[in-house]
Write a protein that binds this ligand. Structure first.
Ligand SMILES: Nc1ncnc2c1ncn2[C@@H]1O[C@H](COP(=O)(O)OP(=O)(O)OP(=O)(O)O)[C@@H](O)[C@H]1O
Ligand SMILES: [Mg+2]
Length: 132
């Protein structure tokens, strides 16, 4: 069965939206098979967001992602990598359609509530990174 790595971001914690995000995952029909709350540090963020580490906004990402706890989850289901990206919506909350998590709750492309793996291969790498 396909798996993906989902992570609520610190704005979801601060705004009390962790439950809403979990509800949407469960309502879609996916199974959460493991979950844990964590505080991330810069080292793991440099690894997780390696594709963005040389961008001028990378320090903002680190500040944002270390500003509170995240909840990492392993989510399982048929085509769950694409399915989760679909219910999350695109990166920028302004462009994300209503009905998606980001479209309903995020206003821009920085604080966008939730992370989801972008491929089956990266999902397995990210599950190993955060769950060992
Ligand atoms: N131009 C930007 N300005 C500020 N923050 C950004 C920008 N682009 C991306 N980010 C932040 O970095 C995260 C990772 O960017 P990426 O391009 O991987 O988008 P994504 O795959 O939709 O998001 P994620 O990997 O968190 O699921 C974004 O979710 C966002 O929080
Ligand atoms: Mg990404």
């Amino acid at each position: 069965m396909e798996r993906t790595y989902i992570m609520t971001k610190p704005d979801a914690y601060k705004r009390g939206l962790i439950g809403e995000i979990i509800t949407r995952i469960e309502n879609k029909g996916y199974n959460i098979t493991d979950m844990k709350m964590m505080n991330l540090d810069e080292a793991i963020l440099k690894e997780h967001y390696a594709h963005l580490a040389d961008k001028p906004f990378f320090p903002e990402i680190v500040e944002y992602m270390t500003s509170g706890p995240v909840v990492g989850m392993i989510v399982q289901g048929d085509n769950v990598v694409a399915g989760m990206r679909s219910i999350m919506g695109p990166t920028d909350g302004l462009e994300a359609p209503a009905g998606t998590i980001r479209g309903d709750y995020a206003k821009d492309k920085s604080e966008n509530l939730v992370h989801g793996s972008d491929s089956v291969e990266n999902a397995e790498i990210e599950i190993k990174r955060f769950f060992g």
